[in-house]
Each structure stands twice: as C-alpha cells, then as structure tokens.
Design a protein around this ligand. Structure first.
Ligand code: DX5
Ligand code: ZN
Length: 216
C-alpha cells in the first residue's frame, strides 16, 4: 500500500515541513487537492503552489483536479511539476483527449469517480489510465466520513482490472484513517489518500506511520 497524504488538512504556512514529516513517516506520494469553487464548493490551490511543493520534496506529486474546464489547465500543472494528474469523469467531457495529452507529456493519467458515478463510466478509457481514483466521500472538503458503499465499488473495480488483464492501480480518497484503512486495502486499493488522519493531529510523521501499520 502506498500512503498518499492529502495536504488539504496540512498547515499551509508550514507546508514544506509538514510534507517532510509525512515523508519521514513513510508517505509514498503527495496528494494535492485542487478545487475551484465551481465543480466543488471549495477553493484551494493552483499551479504556483504545486511549483513550490515540487522544490520541497522528492516524492511524486499526485494532483487531484476538482475543477471545471480542467483540460485548459493540464499543461500548467505539468509545467509546475505534477507527476500524476487525475481528472473527474463528471467534469471532463473529452476525457480521452485529456488522458492522451497527459500521457504524451510524461505524466501518469488517472480518472476519478464521485460516489454516485458508476464504474461503467470508465469502461472505454480504463486501458489508457495509470490509475483510477475512487472517491469515498463527495469531494470538496477534508474530514468527512467514509461512505461504506465505496468498499464494494473498490472490490468490483479490482475484479474488473484483473478480468481485463490490466495493471491499472486503484487509489481511494476520503474519510480514511487507522480504523478503516485495512478493509480499504483488502478490497483492492493500491494507494490510500488520507488528509485529516495524517495532518489533523499535529504529528504527521507518527500519524503516517500508524496508518501504514494499520493497513498491514
Ligand atoms: C476531498 C479530497 C480529499 C480529502 C481527503 O475532496 O479529495 O483528498 O483531502 O481528506 P480526508 O482524508 O480528511 O477525508
Ligand atoms: Zn483528493
């Protein structure tokens, strides 16, 4: 399991130190939640902050774009140093074009499903994706409760990936902490996002370590 701490719950004035602490605790990738106040009811950060984070860590940067017209901003995030970029199928009508563009630019492309979006929405694009991000909360905020139906969705996605002989990785995002990380991994998650559980308690290093232990 790869732990992807979401900086949404970090202290933005001390972002570099917070990320370094999570990295010492075993984080494998930094999850960056990009929100525009339109696709989701919250506003966070954009390419300039990604550029600064890029200089602060060697971990891959996983940019989760919760924005309208995401295709207009792909190059800005790639140029800022994003290594993985995931796009919501609900927000990007020409998803194949965007995914192919990201792949051509050397970035790992991912697609994201909201809790109410069925897996079948990925049927055609799946072979072109490096990863699928399954939302286990409705996107917009950190610290929400895990939606239990997500476990079955992850199981079905895992079965689909295996049945089609693909190597698509599965990432799960929202409401995950030491008490429920294990079933998420058992259901088939390769990458687990955690915001509040890593940065909410003031000691990201131990919190990250605890989560990784709880997953094993
Ligand atoms: C929600 C974001 C998540 C969020 C997870 O819109 O996509 O990445 O930060 O935070 P927790 O782990 O606190 O639910
Ligand atoms: Zn996210």
């Amino acid at each position: 399991m790869i732990l992807a701490p979401s900086i949404l719950s970090a202290d933005f004035a001390r972002l570099g130190e917070e990320i370094a602490a999570a990295e010492r605790g075993g984080a494998g990738v930094v999850h960056v939640d990009v929100m525009d106040g339109h696709f989701v009811p919250n506003i966070t950060i954009g390419p300039p902050v990604v550029k600064s984070i890029r200089r602060a860590t060697r971990l891959p940067l996983d940019c989760h774009l919760m924005i309208e017209n995401a295709d207009r901003y792909l190059d800005a995030f790639v140029d800022a140093g994003a290594n993985w970029i995931s796009l919501h199928v609900e927000a990007v009508p020409h998803l194949q074009r965007a995914v192919a563009h990201l792949a051509k630019r050397g970035v790992k492309p991912g697609a994201v499903l909201n809790p109410a979006t069925p897996l079948v929405a990925l049927e055609e694009i799946l072979p072109e994706l490096d990863y699928v991000l399954v939302m286990s909360v409705n996107p917009g905020f950190g610290g929400q409760s895990f939606l239990p139906a997500s476990l079955e969705k992850v199981r079905r996605l895992r079965a689909l990936v295996v049945a089609r002989g693909l190597s698509t990785r599965i990432e799960v995002d929202g409401g995950i902490g030491p008490d429920n990380v294990r079933p998420v991994v058992q259901a088939g998650a390769d990458i687990v996002v955690a915001g509040n559980a890593v940065f909410g308690g003031g000691d990201p290093e131990s919190a990250a370590r605890r989560l990784i232990e709880a997953a094993a």
